[in-house]
Design a protein around this ligand. Structure first.
Ligand code: SAM
Ligand code: SF4
Ligand code: F3S
Length: 443
């Protein structure tokens, strides 16, 4: 049986696309492997959101390509960097057989077959009509409790720092019936927790008159028997409407956690990023969400050192952190991306050392906020959905709360897929530790 190894960089979109590739190639008899040395086909699903992911591709290929000298091996580069760099990747890495972008994932079988004879390049964007969302289920996800479901591809926003519109093309919403059908199939496979994914999920359906809205989609998924928890990502603060806010009051299986990227706490910077919301509007949305769901936990993304960001602008971001009390922030130093509008602002570039110092200050404060929040949970009992064994400790299983906290506690892997009450004994910056609460039965 031929074997395929898919290596994933980047976000949930890429993770999901990698799963789809494994599923499609499985239909042609490919077995998914976790060992590169066993593989007949290696696909690297790339990310180009910052400079670092590009360097990761470079060092990864440095390890894979020499293996072509000793055995028959097809090497493909997929994903966002493949989309923007296309042909250039063949020039840089002549031993690569296949380069294709996210819109070509559904054709992976034909491309892998053709790549045995000749080089294959496919970076064409497909338009919205009948966009081929792949529904096949990832064989590597068998037995998992949680799954991603794609509800949208691409992005119609043009945040000035961001390369994603160039890598994934225009936004296309997947028909509601298709989303619900995939959710039902996953329920039949034992999945209980669903994360609906897209770059800007709140604008789901917005372009097409009469199309169901994101709130309607949430309600439809919530009604599917067997769906125990719903998450979604990523949300754009501008597009969260009252209808989504009311879902937090009305849908008990909608998770009490929301990732709401703010990017900056300064209106001046937000304007230059073309985010189309103000600090005040962001805080208003947070207040509305918390009124609808008092235990809602928020996380965010922040960019430090965007061109022109002053000390005063950065202080606004720090004060927003205090106001909102995010439990996690994914923060990065601004990284200039090819072809993005913010390149025009580079004459006001923030010196690297200044941006780095800001990033470290922000991360250190964020860690302290998260640690305090997690330590305040010590002694409380949290319900967790058990995901499986802990990656590090024998005899310990790992579960997740509706608020997206990872909780490790001693227990048997038989608990996987069950809701268990856990008494929290320790809080760390990123995780919690606990013991099964007395009288906590499997449900
Ligand atoms: N669609 C999501 C949104 O609008 O918030 C985010 C998608 S982006 C793939 C994930 C995160 O990467 C962004 O929220 C941003 O913080 C970060 N990011 C994107 N471009 C960046 C850049 N040029 N430099 C640094 N961070 C960047
Ligand atoms: Fe990038 Fe902005 Fe689209 Fe998010 S909303 S993917 S940051 S352009
Ligand atoms: Fe990276 Fe593409 Fe996702 S650039 S973050 S893999 S959409």
């Amino acid at each position: 049986m031929p074997r395929v190894y898919v290596h994933t960089f980047g976000c949930q979109m890429n993770e999901s696309d990698s799963g789809k590739m494994r599923a499609l190639l499985g239909k042609d008899g490919f077995e998914a492997t976790e060992e590169i040395h066993d593989a007949d086909v290696v696909i690297i699903n790339t990310c180009s959101v910052r400079e670092k992911p590009e360097q990761k591709l470079h060092s990864f290929l440095g390890r894979v390509l020499p293996q072509k000298r000793s055995r028959a091996l097809t090497v493909g580069i997929a994903g966002c960097q493949a989309q923007v760099d296309g042909e250039r990747l063949f020039k840089k890495y002549p031993a690569v057989d296949l380069v294709f972008g996210p819109d070509a994932v559904h054709r992976v079988n034909d491309m892998v077959r053709a790549a045995r004879e000749r080089r294959v390049l496919d970076t064409e964007f497909l338009d919205g009509d009948a966009y081929p969302f792949v529904s096949d289920l990832d064989p590597a996800a068998q037995g998992q409790v949680a799954a991603f479901v794609t509800i949208q591809k691409g992005c119609d926003n043009r945040c000035t720092f961001c390369i994603v519109p160039a890598t994934r093309g225009d936004e296309v919403s997947r028909p509601l019936a298709e989303v619900v059908a995939e959710v039902r199939r996953l329920v039949d496979h034992g999945v209980k927790e669903f994360t609906l994914i897209g770059q800007n999920v709140n604008s789901y359906g917005i372009k097409i008159p009469g199309h169901p809205s994101f709130a309607e989609l949430l309600r439809a998924v919530h009604e599917v028997p067997g769906v125990e928890l719903i998450r979604y990502t990523t949300s754009h603060p501008r597009d969260i409407g009252a209808d989504v806010v009311s879902c937090y009051a009305e849908l008990p299986r909608l998770a009490s956690h929301l990732h709401l990227p703010v990017q900056s706490g300064s209106d001046r910077v937000l304007r230059r990023m073309k985010r189309f919301y103000t600090r005040e509007r962001y805080l208003e949305v947070v207040a509305q969400l918390r009124a609808a769901r008092p235990d809602l936990v928020l996380s965010t993304d922040v960019i430090c050192g965007f061109p022109g960001e002053s000390d005063a602008d950065f202080d606004e971001t720090m004060s927003l952190l205090e106001r909102v009390q995010f439990h996690a922030s994914f923060s990065f130093r601004y990284s200039p991306r090819p072809g993005t509008p913010a390149l025009r602002l580079l004459d006001e570039a923030v010196p690297e050392a200044v941006a780095q110092a800001r990033l470290e200050r922000l991360q250190s404060r964020q860690r302290a906020i998260a640690l305090a929040a997690h330590q305040s949970l010590v002694g409380s009992v949290q319900r967790v959905l058990v995901e499986g064994p802990s990656a590090h400790d024998e005899g310990v299983v790992c579960g997740r709360t509706s608020t997206f906290k990872t909780v490790n506690f001693p227990g048997s892997t038989d608990l996987t897929g069950s809701w268990v009450d856990v008494q929290i004994t320790r809080g760390f910056a990123n995780t919690l530790r606990g013991e099964r609460a007395e009288n906590s039965g499997k449900t």
